[in-house]
Design a binder for this molecule. Structure first.
Ligand SMILES: [Zn+2]
Length: 132
């Protein structure tokens, strides 16, 4: 995939914000993830008030009606009450979240505990070795 790096962006820069949003709409064919209608907004699957982040794995296209109806409710509590509740669409949302989240797992390297860092070659780095 030639745009893997863009998809891994955690916080889109202002200049790439449109591209970031567009890539999400495009991946879903501009369809609302919840009801399948034309989507013109992005919904935080986990609402921001509940700690949801503005990252690709927490964003799906949503029509204005779904986005407005859902508000800050937990996604399953709200969605399963709708007449357009759909298991196949729910599975698609889950697959989307998992796929996007695993791409962001590339950033997990940055959380490597210090004691697990490779020791490297001490002789080449002796001035820094004793640096506390
Ligand atoms: Zn909708």
């Amino acid at each position: 995939m030639d745009h893997a790096i863009q998809e891994a962006e955690l916080i889109p820069k202002r200049a790439s914000k449109q591209r970031f949003r567009h890539s999400i709409f495009e991946a879903w064919g501009h369809n609302c993830a919840y009801c399948g209608n034309y989507a013109d907004t992005l919904d935080h699957v986990v609402p921001r008030l509940n700690g949801g982040l503005t990252v690709k794995y927490n964003l799906v296209p949503a029509c204005k009606r779904c986005n407005g109806n859902k508000g800050h409710q937990p996604v399953w509590a709200w969605w399963t009450q709708q007449k357009y509740w759909s298991i196949p669409r729910a599975l698609r949302v889950l697959a989307w979240v998992r796929r996007q989240a695993s791409q962001n797992a590339e950033h997990s390297w940055a959380h490597l505990p210090p004691e697990r860092l490779p020791s490297g070659n001490p002789s080449e780095h002796s001035p820094a070795t004793n640096c506390q």
